[in-house]
Design a binder for this molecule. Sequence first.
Ligand code: TPP
Length: 972
Amino acid sequence: MAATLDSFLTGTNAAFIAELYARYLGDPATVDASWVTYFSGLQEDGGAVLDELRGASWAPSDAGVIGRGDGDGGGAPSPIPTGTAGGSFGADQVRAATKDSLSALMMIRAYRVRGHLIARFDPLGLEGNTHHPELDPKTYGFTEADMDRPIFINHVLGLETATLREIVQVLRETYCGSIGVEFMHIMEPEEKAWIQRRIEGIRNQTQFTLKGKRAIYQRLVEADGFEKFLDVKYTGTKRFGLDGGESMIPALEQILKRGSQLGIKEVVLGMPHRGRLNVLAGIMCKPYVAIFSEFQGIASSPGDVHGSGDVKYHLGTSADRVFDGNTIHLSLAANPSHLEAVNPVVLGKVRAKQNERNDEARHQVMGLLMHGDAAFAGQGLVPETLDLSQLRGYRTGGTIHLIVNNQIGFTTSPAQSRSSPYPSDVAKGIQAPIFHVNGDDPEAVVHVARIATEFRQEFKRDVVIDLFCYRRHGHNEADEPMFTQPIMYRTIGGHPTTRELYARRLIKEGAITEEEAGRMVADFRARLEQEFEAAPGYKPNRADWLEGVWKGLVQFSGEEELRDDDTAVPIKVLREVGAAISRPPENFNVNRKILRQMDAKRKMIESGEGIDWGTAEALAFGSLLVEGTRVRLSGQDSGRGTFSHRHCVLVDQDTEERYFPLSEIRKGQATFEVMDSPLSEAGVLGYEYGYSLADPQTLVLWEAQFGDFANGAQVIIDQFIASGESKWLRMSSIVLLLPHGHEGQGPEHSSARPERYLQLCAEDNMQVVNLTTPANYFHALRRQMRRNFRKPLIVMAPKSLLRHKLVTSGLRDMAGGTGFQRVLPETDDLVADKKVRRVILCSGKVYYDLWQARRDAGIDDVALVRVEQLYPWPRNTLVKQLRRYSGAEVVWCQEEPANMGYWTFVFPRLDNILVELSGNKATRPVYAGRPAAASPATGMAKVHQKEQARLVEGALTAALKSLQQPFLRKTG
Ligand SMILES: Cc1ncc(C[n+]2csc(CCOP(=O)(O)OP(=O)(O)O)c2C)c(N)n1
């Protein structure tokens, strides 16, 4: 087991160990062999203490310097007397001096690791300890008598030699004041050393100028004044006030200011309800008058924009801010109530914006996420999103997280809310430094905000600020907190506001006078009064949603089915793409099986026949790429493809080097990205959705391993994909590829649950398709990017059809004159239309089962019509098809159980068509398929086959009567 110095040198036996360690350092032969082994294995930690004694990790000239450490030093002569240095010290003296130094250093190290445990960051003073044994000099063998004895610590803490009393004082100021820092869990020595240097040299405090202090005070005046004003004007209206956490505003301001100095040009913010109005006004510069008008029930967008709108504490907005001449563009993402769901969306947006700016160093665009303490600790999306932070296809150069830790989640106390000491603990897993800070010390808050920003820019890693504060009122302003937290709320009742406390501090310091402090409050209030008066006449004049990269795109209106989008591609281009995907790279050892596949592809392209699903997909991607449209595909194992059908990444069998055929079509083509994602659904889908929000010129696809797993991302589907445009006027062209089909693989690998998506469909919000030909898939993908509006596309993707001999298309089906087909009509020669006895409508794979069974049984009076696009429902095309078979009974066939799949969606729509066609005679569509079931599919292959055969046979031949009532429970 790897030894760490922390694990024992800070323990109660530290004094004894220090003595031994001192001896070992003087002469390893003087300690027992087992200890020699132990000490020599101390590696990084042991080395760090030794280095400090040798003058490595600290040099006074570094104080306040922001930048990387200056190497591992080690060259400075050690001022610790050595037994051989001139012979003026005896061995005992050497040992005593070394032991004192070592003990002091161990204690210093303990403060770095555990100092936060006795820091004072709870403004209410209800939480926290004042003593911890590992922070007590006695633990290190020191007595009261030792307190004033100088000890050599070789510039550690910026002190060459200091008394123990001085050392402890410096340590307490640095590690146990208003700020508690957790950074010793970071494994990267440079990052750890950077933080240590950044905080120790200045006792973890910034000496603010008068101007700086006033700016902080002004921010508090505004944050506090705005909440109070709303409280008076709209008493009892929900606003999820920031009261108690007002320091968040100067912290955000500092992040933006310091960030802009360090090269940040754009920040994407995501935040929950708490304090959002304050952020909208104070940080995003949304006019107060606009917010007041929304309180008065006036819509937030101009009247000509369609949509349901959303409550005011969910709305996003964007703004340009200027700090010291540096402009920084801000966009606050709209979000649903679902806490933390916006996190991956923000990161996806950041990544897209970085690409747009060619910001490969990820230096110019940054994500800034705010969180509640209960939500950060509790929601699974938090670790899912943190996990993306360093991955090649997803990294964004570090996010700053600010937890508004008001010590309560609605009515729930931390003891019920998390198993870890701090809400931030989950972020330790990705090595993020964590700054706990007392919200009632606004200077400390701004100080850590500054360091966090510098750290992000320096190391491009996530960093967390845990703003320890309180919540002055109930969860919302109508809630009574005394029901559940009486002690805390009695304390809060007598606790002055952050602004009041800071005013007192500044007055005491002489930084402002009492009148000035009061005048700033009154002036701000007068300004709010003015804006309040103007609110009834306020008219929003623009919906900021089709600007920038969205220019040229429009909000869709009209009848979707009447559209005929031009998605065909010249044969020449198809052949060019086809050549690229079937050409093995030179000097690259391609797997033999894949070589064979490539050869098969080459033949498909040359003959123009037999194009399978995977090839059609590659042709769609490739043709978009040569047209200048970027493609980004992410999902679990998407490079190869779960079903080994894609292989858009080739792996050299000797070197494991990767080759992307779709990136090698021609010079000047757009970029193609394919990522094997982490094993997350909500996190990754949220990320890709966010990406699509910020970049309408990239075809963004997310692929589920099997469609079933997409319900792990249900929040992203319900709250963003289905309803985002209606709520927030934000379009997305995200494509979901959801492998689907009842093929005997059991309850979890059969259904992508199309019913879920269909239930969400209305107002042309998205498209749901279950396609049966490679060409139709090709057109569906291209259609996404060849329209002047954007809509999500949900694809029930094939599994067995990937290799089905009938599931092929010709190149001609993708070339001139072809396009996407919402409905595929009968393809075989049957009896005359009027003589057709039954028409079966279906969608997806079951078509091929029906087709084969019909052929096997020699049936020629049953027509098969495929509904390729379920939503928008292709009513007109279906009317045309059904009119052909005017004498036929109409059956809907599906392989999914009746309560799943399409039936409940299709029935009223089909019925509506039949009513029209039959002139109100009671002809109703009839269901042929599995009966309603709790689980989507059986786990037994044999049962599956029997069921499948029965449903297919029933659809083709059974009397209508026997097909009725799929929802009745079978008895007997
Ligand atoms: C995913 C989710 N579950 C439940 C809720 C209901 N809810 C709204 S606020 C809240 C408490 C949040 O506490 P915390 O994260 O500490 O933020 P605070 O309100 O204290 O600022 C809860 C449970 C929600 N909005 N989202």
